[in-house]
Design a protein around this ligand. Structure first.
Ligand SMILES: Cc1cc2nc3c(=O)[nH]c(=O)nc-3n(C[C@H](O)[C@H](O)[C@H](O)COP(=O)(O)OP(=O)(O)OC[C@H]3O[C@@H](n4cnc5c(N)ncnc54)[C@H](O)[C@@H]3O)c2cc1C
Length: 372
């Protein structure tokens, strides 16, 4: 059986960033993912400039071979069915649109670790202080980076009774005729909040691709909400009438009240496996990347002594960065009718949609990028 210092389960942004951040550490790192790359991931594919900096993305190199990196300079924000307000954030891009199939394959390909793709985690057993992975790899440290349904997080007993954000999206290539008619500009994605403020939908154009979706922290009748949103956009001329109707679904947890641990004995969870998406926007790529960078610092320092006490600085670093989580399982009640009405009113004002919704909630401008 071969020995590795770290085995990372999952090669999405969290797993690949961790492997990349451990390159040159002298640690033998393997990443295994159940899928072959490039692979699709249900996601709008919006990243903030902080992610570009934290990943030290070479933008020219990334764009080579036709990868999409759509600059975003403004937004249109409103409530579904009540119109939107535009805000222009200037010439310097405030975000980028990527396609997850391209982005994730690029990050994994450059990470420098030994890769096993098409290789699901099927078996994880304890043997003394080591883990035995799929009967083939022995390691003192397993990192759960397998996304919301990560089997390592499940092994820690997570996944039951959680209040998830359930979301559905579709990404499709616009035909030349659809491109000519589509009023959505790549530089200006659209965000449409649900009238009950339990979620929001988006229409996001990335070059010749259009991504449409809706997520709610309330899984009941999600399909009906998505279909009503799609039909409304078609009626309003925002979407072509022949937009595909088969949306794909996925789930994730919001950081503030996700009841998942960050560490176990010889275990670290990063990204969606730990339930880290920003509570207001649901942005999960930046927290996935940042958790991986913070975990890498602690793993480098711990070397092969990965007992919980040595991994605890990861928990402190995450709390310093993202705040202390509320008590386990405490999910705030849905907004009252009065708060919903106030919210709808605010979403009709320029100040709120620009300063609060886009700059604070979605762009997280108040928080500088992590230094490497
Ligand atoms: C509809 C939707 C839209 C979203 N839009 C955005 C957005 O625009 N911007 C943003 O920042 N965030 C967005 N998010 C959240 C974002 O997609 C996630 O937060 C992000 O992908 C988390 O990265 P990760 O690496 O932790 O997990 P993932 O990206 O889910 O990667 C996990 C990897 O683990 C692998 N894996 C799973 N199980 C196993 C197993 N048993 N064995 C081996 N490998 C396994 C998977 O194949 C996958 O490659 C969205 C989410 C949804 C659902």
């Amino acid at each position: 059986m071969e020995r590795r210092d770290v085995v990372i389960v999952g090669g999405g942004p969290a797993g690949s960033t961790l492997a990349w951040a451990l390159r040159g550490s002298g640690l033998a790192v393997s990443v295994l993912d159940r899928r072959h790359f490039p692979r699709d991931k249900t996601c709008a594919g919006w990243i903030t400039p902080a992610v570009v900096r934290e990943l030290a993305l070479d933008v020219q190199d990334y764009r080579r071979d036709g990868r999409v990196l759509q600059p975003i300079n403004g937004f249109r924000v409103g409530v579904i069915g009540a119109g939107e307000l535009a805000s222009d954030h200037g010439a310097e891009p405030v975000s980028f649109g990527i396609r997850r199939s391209e982005f994730d394959a690029y990050l994994l390909g450059r990470c420098g670790a030994e890769l096993y793709t098409g290789a699901p985690l099927a078996k994880l057993c304890r043997d003394g202080a080591d883990w035995i992975v799929n009967d083939t790899l022995r390691t003192p440290l397993v990192v759960g980076a397998g996304g919301h349904y990560c089997p390592v997080a499940r092994m820690l007993g997570e996944g039951r009774g959680e209040t998830v954000v359930a979301a559905q999206e579709i990404e499709f290539e616009l035909s030349p005729a659809q491109q000519a008619r589509c009023p959505v500009r790549g530089t200006e994605p659209r965000l449409y909040f649900c009238a009950d403020l339990k979620g929001y939908g988006w229409v996001f154009r990335k070059g010749e691709w259009l991504n449409v979706g809706l997520g709610r922290e309330d899984p009941h009748r999600l399909g009906a909400h998505v279909e009503a949103f799609r039909a409304r956009l078609v009626r309003d001329g925002v979407l072509p009438a022949d937009t595909p109707v088969r949306f794909k679904g996925h789930a994730y947890l919001l950081y503030d009240h996700a009841p998942r641990p960050l560490i176990g004995d010889g275990i670290v969870l990063v990204g969606d496996a730990a339930g880290l998406a920003y509570t207001r926007s649901g942005e999960g790529i930046r927290p996935a990347v940042e958790s991986a960078l913070l975990a890498a610092r602690v793993i480098r320092a711990a070397r092969d002594d990965v007992r919980p006490a040595r991994l605890a600085p990861y928990v402190s670093a995450m709390e310093a960065r993202f705040g202390r989580r509320a008590a386990r399982d405490v999910v705030p009640p849905p907004p009252s009718r009065l708060r919903q009405a106030l919210g709808r009113y605010l979403l009709g004002t320029r100040w709120f949609t620009r300063r609060v919704v886009t700059e604070r909630w979605f762009l997280h401008r108040q928080q500088a990028a992590l230094s490497l």
